[in-house]
Design a protein around this ligand. Structure first.
Ligand SMILES: Nc1ncnc2c1ncn2[C@@H]1O[C@H](COP(=O)(O)OP(=O)(O)O)[C@@H](O)[C@H]1O
Ligand SMILES: [Mg+2]
Length: 253
């Protein structure tokens, strides 16, 4: 049983125009754990993540019904501050999007927006978040170089560090390693594993092996429906639904 539901979806439906892409989703995302959402391409994984931090608001033709509760508050309530919600829930996207500035400034930029800091404090925080993302050792001697000179794998960890710098509580990742080579992928996965003790992490992937490596909990999404959710050991090894079984054995992909 999932006891520590931090983020709760209740009867969530999402439509793009006439097309319903999420169908009555009920899901309880546990804190201090890593939840992996798996499912074939087009099943609604990215849409689900976009609902969680209200990026779906930016999609003109999208309409959402139902409730998404963060600490018992519906994030779609009129009075909720969208900026605050997005601060609480950082999103790491498929392709790293570093800012066109130095490695240092990629982290410092966000920090300076929210608080006024002395140079020494800023330096300390930049180091802290680069450490948290497992990048510090690789970049400590080149902080003033443009971030674009980093390898793609390093750029993704820089984006992770930048996301952590705004002190989120929940980390959402949409296929976070899909642009990375295997070595960099493992590195990003390792950082997510380290971080999950202190955050609720949701990772979307269509790579089953990645789900096996990372997941504490697994949600299987298929054609807009949440087919199965539970501890990874159960869902991945003895799925209850024939569709989950078919996906895991590779009969549907
Ligand atoms: N902005 C959009 N307008 C219309 N349809 C969309 C839009 N974004 C995604 N879709 C459709 O919604 C479905 C789910 O997409 P998505 O959430 O991106 O799936 P996944 O991330 O699992 O591949 C797909 O059929 C996709 O074509
Ligand atoms: Mg997607």
């Amino acid at each position: 049983m999932v006891d520590k539901g931090r983020l709760i979806l209740k009867n969530v439906n999402v439509y793009y125009g006439q097309n319903q892409v999420l169908k009555n989703i009920n899901l309880n995302i546990p804190d201090n754990n890593l939840t992996v959402v798996i499912g074939p391409s087009g099943c609604g994984k990215t849409t689900l993540l976009k609902c969680l931090n209200r990026l779906i608001d930016e999609v003109e033709e999208a309409r959402i019904e139902g409730q998404i509760l963060l600490d018992s508050q519906d994030i779609y309530d009129q009075e909720m501050d969208v900026t605050q919600i997005r601060k609480k829930m950082g999103l790491l996207s498929q392709k790293p999007q570093v800012l066109p500035m130095s490695i240092y400034d990629n982290i410092a930029f966000g920090l300076k927006l929210h608080r006024s800091l002395k140079k020494a404090e800023l330096n300390q925080l930049v180091e802290k978040y680069l450490h948290l993302a497992g990048l510090w050792e690789e970049v400590k001697d080149r902080l003033n170089e443009p971030a674009s000179r980093l390898s793609i794998g390093q750029q993704q960890r820089l984006c992770l560090a930048r996301g952590l710098a705004v002190e989120p509580e929940i980390i959402l990742c949409d296929e976070p390693t899909s642009a990375l080579d295997p070595q960099s992928s493992r590195n990003v996965e390792a950082q997510l594993q380290n971080l999950k003790k202190n955050y609720a992490i949701v990772v979307v992937t269509h790579i089953l092996r990645q789900a096996k490596r990372l997941a504490d909990y697994v949600a299987f999404l298929y054609m807009g429906e949440l087919i199965e959710f539970g501890p990874a050991s159960e869902v991945l090894t003895s799925p209850q639904d024939p569709r989950t079984r078919a996906y895991i054995t590779g009969e549907i992909s």
